[in-house]
Design a protein around this ligand. Structure first.
Ligand code: GLP
Length: 236
């Protein structure tokens, strides 16, 4: 994994948007894997500006988001579908039918997960996967565990993730305890991966700099990806 240190969050967001923009320009029908969380917000803002300036055209782009909380529907302001509409999708010209976010309200969760994997395969896989990283090293909602979980599945969120994400909810009790998340294999199958980490992730980034690879730190698998870059903002 190539780690690029940048001085602040603004630079992180500008570089990340430039990498995604280059992908869209080189391959207008790219399949993008997208992430939620506060870290990519600045990146999405820059992409929206580039679209408004006429630099980018999203009309042939397809997107797959990493995850969604179980029980939260598309209209729920705490859900990731809503987040993506609010930060990116409402402002650019991605055809609505090309937007994919796991359905947190699916009655048959196993079917939803298997179908999500099939959709990614039918789209010929992900060209560029954007990732954030949790303080405990999770990617998507692939939490620390004894094994790496490969495919899209329902996951139990750890206490530390609920604690970290409660800031978006009225209280920790309101944070769903489960989510649908793509798996490690799904993420590792992307042809290119771009990981964003702000200064609040200094501790986990330090761990990731060593060459250990353990399912206890899911992001550590990224060492084995042939084309993975992390942008770390030292003073974000
Ligand atoms: C959530 C998301 C992750 C994201 C993480 C970090 O848990 N499921 O995909 O990477 O938050 O979020 P933040 O960027 O807000 O620290």
């Amino acid at each position: 994994m190539n780690i690029i240190n940048v001085k602040n969050y603004q630079t992180l967001s500008e570089i990340a948007a430039a990498v995604i923009a280059a992908q869209i320009i080189k391959k207008p029908d790219s399949v993008l894997g997208l992430a939620t969380g506060s870290t990519p917000e600045g990146t999405y803002k820059n992409l929206v500006e580039m679209y408004r300036d006429g630099i980018l055209d999203f009309s042939k782009i397809t997107t797959f988001n990493l995850d969604e909380y179980c029980g939260l529907g598309k209209e729920d302001p705490n859900g990731y579908f809503y987040f993506m509409m609010d930060k990116l999708f409402s402002y650019v010209n991605i055809p609505r039918e090309n937007i994919n976010v796991p359905d947190g309200t699916a009655k048959d969760v196993d079917y939803e997960c298997a179908e999500y994997e099939r959709k990614i395969r039918r789209a010929n896989g992900i060209d560029l996967q954007l990732l954030g990283v949790g303080r405990n090293g999770h990617i998507g909602f692939c939490e620390p565990d004894d094994v790496f979980y490969n495919e899209t599945r329902q996951v139990n969120l750890t206490e530390s993730t609920i604690e970290a994400n409660k800031r978006f909810f009225a209280s920790a009790e309101e944070v769903p305890k489960t989510a649908i998340s793509v798996g490690i294999k799904t993420i590792m199958s992307a042809r290119e991966i771009l990981v964003l980490a702000g200064q609040d992730k200094a501790e986990i980034v330090e761990k990731l700099k060593s060459n250990i690879c353990s399912p206890r730190i899911p992001a550590s698998i990224l060492h084995y990806h042939p084309n993975c870059t992390m942008i770390f903002a030292e003073n974000a």
